[in-house]
Design a protein around this ligand. Structure first.
Ligand code: PTJ
Length: 244
C-alpha cells in the first residue's frame, strides 16, 4: 500500500486508488477497471467528493425498490469487488439477496478469484455465470448468468456497469438500480434508479436506508421517483460547480 501520509489533502482518494490497484494485482479487477476508476474520479471531483442530495433521493427510492422486490440480485464486477466487498456482503444480508459474479472483460480465472475474494470476506454464497441461462439482447460475456440469480431476478443491483447489459436487462422487463458517478453514462440514463455517487460512499448509506425502511410508504416512494429528474439535478449541480 501507499506511503501517502494521512494528512495529505487527497488521502482518501489516493487510498481508493491503492485499493483498485491492489485489485488488479490480485487478479480481481480488470486492467480496464483502472481506466473506469479514473473516469469515476473525475466525476467524483466534479460532484464535490461527497454524497449530494440527488444521491440521497435515489438511495431512498432504491431502498424501497429493492425491499419491494420479490427476487433482488446483486451483480458484482471486478471494480466493486475490490472497492467494497464488505458493503456488498452486508447489502446481500439486509436484502436476503444473492451476490452474483458478472464481468465484462473475460480473463481466465478472474470470475473464480472474485468469488473466492467475496467468500473470504464472509459472503455465505456467491452465484457464478453459467451457459445454462443467458440474457437476451446482449452479445458480451455479461450475457452468461445464473438461472437462480440475475436470470430470475425482478430487480438487479448493478453498480459501475457498462451500458449494454443495463439496456438488455430493462428490455427483459427487469428493474435496474445502479451506482454511477457519471450521470451521462448509458447505464445512468437507462437504469430505473441511478445513484450518482461513489460506490464506496453509497453502499453503506443504502444498507442503512434498507434497515430503517418503512414498508407503508415504499410503493409511493417508488411511484413518485423520477430518475430523469434526479439525473437533471446531478447535471445542474456539476454545472454550478463548473461555474465556480
Ligand atoms: O470487471 P469487469 O470486466 O466487469 O469491468 C468493470 C468495468 C467497470 C471496467 C466495466 O464495467 C466498464 O468498462 O465500465 P465503464 O463502461 O467504464 O463504466 C464504468 C462507470 O462507472 C463509469 O461511468 C464511471 O464513471 C463509473 N465509476 C467508476 N468508478 C466509480 C464509478 N461510479 C461509482 N463509484 C465508483 N467508484
Amino acid at each position: 500500500m501507499t506511503d501517502v501520509p494521512k494528512t495529505h489533502p487527497r488521502y482518501l482518494s489516493l487510498t481508493l486508488r491503492d485499493t483498485i490497484v491492489a485489485g488488479v494485482e490480485q487478479g480481481i479487477t480488470s486492467v480496464h477497471g483502472l481506466i473506469a476508476h479514473g473516469r469515476g474520479e473525475a466525476f467524483d471531483y466534479l460532484i464535490g467528493e461527497a454524497t449530494q442530495p440527488f444521491a440521497i433521493e435515489a438511495i431512498h427510492a432504491a431502498a424501497a425498490m429493492l425491499r419491494l422486490a420479490e427476487h433482488p440480485v446483486i451483480s458484482v464486477n471486478g471494480n466493486v469487488a475490490a472497492l467494497a466487498p464488505d458493503a456488498l456482503i452486508e447489502l446481500g444480508q439486509v436484502l436476503s439477496a444473492p451476490l452474483e459474479v458478472n464481468i465484462f472483460h473475460t480473463e481466465t480465472g478472474r470470475e473464480q478469484r472474485i468469488q473466492e475474494h467475496l467468500l473470504h470476506h464472509g459472503a455465505p454464497d456467491v452465484l457464478m455465470p453459467t451457459t445454462e441461462a443467458q440474457l437476451s439482447y446482449i452479445d458480451s460475456n455479461r450475457k452468461f448468468v445464473h438461472p437462480e440469480g440475475i436470470f430470475k431476478a425482478d430487480v438487479v443491483f448493478v453498480p459501475l456497469e457498462d451500458g449494454d447489459r443495463c439496456e438488455a436487462l430493462r428490455k427483459m422487463g427487469k428493474e435496474v438500480v445502479t451506482v454511477d458517478l457519471n450521470p451521462l453514462s448509458r447505464t445512468a440514463q437507462q437504469a430505473s434508479i441511478t445513484i450518482v455517487d461513489n460506490v464506496v460512499r453509497a453502499l453503506p448509506l443504502l444498507c442503512e436506508e434498507i434497515r430503517e425502511f418503512n414498508n407503508l410508504t415504499a410503493e409511493n416512494t417508488v411511484t413518485r421517483y423520477s430518475n430523469e429528474a434526479v439525473l437533471k439535478k446531478a447535471l445542474e449541480h456539476i454545472s454550478r460547480c463548473g461555474n465556480g
